[in-house]
Design a protein around this ligand. Structure first.
Ligand SMILES: Cc1cc2nc3c(=O)[nH]c(=O)nc-3n(C[C@H](O)[C@H](O)[C@H](O)COP(=O)(O)OP(=O)(O)OC[C@H]3O[C@@H](n4cnc5c(N)ncnc54)[C@H](O)[C@@H]3O)c2cc1C
Length: 342
């Protein structure tokens, strides 16, 4: 297959933020071979490479990207059943929520709480996507990747991915050399549902007739998310802009004295995760805050939005203002979850 390299392609159209300048060079890789060819092209021409999935977790600079952007479109889902155990081998370019729907249609448990998360399957392990009491690491058996330096293939077992909260090996300096081509999931037939997470439990309490089935949980999550998160047709956004901070217990106790209603989730004996949206809303008053063409979403203070014609610089200025405010009020250093591309 001849690789089709385009020049000066607007990246704003390839991101859910709808922000960003041009990619100097841009191509689509729909197979491992095409991906290897694209990497070879970049090497020969001494170009930096950026690997793009669905563009739902990135903030591209207004100046764009000076190298080659490779958009991963490797397709294909293969299910294999063995009694109650189901293995799904999924191409990195498959839309994540399409995969979740395929699982639900087949009566396969494991990823239903992660319904409606935008993006591709290949990006899911990178930040160990999570929502509503589930993380993708719980179902990942292995991750297949191509080393962009040596062009060698490597299969990572689950422990080799070193997953933690919104983090994995693939976000570390060495891990960034690997481009994910395929993810293999370990799933189950006839398993139990996870409805303990606050929002889902409250949904079932309010709707006692709602079916407690795989389909029912997926529908509940879709309804909850649709209410809480901005409509991508109306707003540019990359979802939660920041990670929820994890602080030491002493730090948490001092915050609790100052803000008695502050919610928390125990991570282990030593540390506590604080829902940052609560802090941004109740302590810093950011919910619904607007500055220039960008702002903080009125229903979720963790979510930054582009109201139209917003720029990367405007988002960055707003994000820094929020980081400073949180630090001043709580002494917590928050960090972006969104990847900066420049
Ligand atoms: C409205 C909204 C809601 C969201 N809700 C959630 C949520 O509930 N939970 C959650 O965890 N996230 C959430 N996100 C963030 C986002 O959906 C996830 O991070 C998703 O996995 C990003 O996928 P993507 O394909 O769009 O990746 P991109 O944004 O294209 O890329 C993200 C990063 O992954 C790298 N990458 C992409 N593909 C590959 C690959 N094949 N190999 C190696 N590296 C790769 C990129 O280089 C980049 O660094 C939300 C985003 C939006 C817009």
């Amino acid at each position: 297959m001849a690789l089709h390299i385009k020049e000066y392609v607007s990246l704003a159209e390839y991101t859910t933020f709808k922000i960003g300048g041009n990619a100097r060079f841009f191509c689509i890789a729909d197979s491992e071979e095409a991906l290897a060819e694209a990497i070879t092209y970049a090497k020969k021409n001494d170009l930096p490479v950026f690997v793009l999935g669905g563009g739902s977790n990135i903030l591209v600079s207004d100046e764009g990207f000076p190298g080659l952007v490779i958009k991963i479109e490797i397709e294909g889902i293969e299910f294999e059943e063995n009694g109650d155990d189901v293995t799904a081998s999924v191409g990195a370019g498959v839309n994540w929520d399409f995969f979740v729907e395929e699982c639900v249609v087949r009566g396969v448990f494991g990823v239903e709480n992660l319904s409606l998360i935008p993006g591709t399957v290949g990006a899911a392990p990178v930040q160990n996507i999570g929502a509503y009491g589930a993380e993708v690491r719980e179902t990942i058996k292995s991750v297949h990747a191509l080393n962009r330096i040596t062009l060698e293939r490597k299969v990572f077992s689950n422990p080799e991915c070193v997953f933690s909260y919104r983090d994995s090996f693939f976000k570390k300096a060495e891990g960034k050399n690997f481009i994910i081509t395929r993810v293999v999931f370990s799933l189950k037939k006839n398993s139990s549902l996870n409805t303990a997470y606050k929002d889902i439990a409250e949904y079932y309490a309010r709707n006692p007739e709602h079916p407690k089935t795989l389909r029912g949980v997926r529908d509940a999550v879709v309804t909850i998310r649709t209410k809480k998160l901005p409509d991508l047709e109306k707003f540019g956004t990359a979802g939660s802009f920041f990670k929820n901070p994890i602080v030491g217990r002493k730090h948490y106790e001092s915050l609790k004295e100052k803000y008695p209603d502050i919610p928390s989730y125990a991570v282990d004996g030593e540390s506590v995760k604080i829902p940052l949206a609560w802090v941004l809303d109740n302590v810093c008053g950011f919910k619904g805050y607007r500055k220039d063409n960008v702002g903080v979403y009125q229903n979720q203070a963790l979510v930054l939005v582009n109201f139209g014609n917003g720029t990367s610089a405007q988002i960055d200025t707003l994000a820094k203002e929020m980081m400073r405010a949180v630090k001043a009020k709580t002494n917590i250093e928050i960090e972006p979850e969104v990847h900066y591309v420049n």
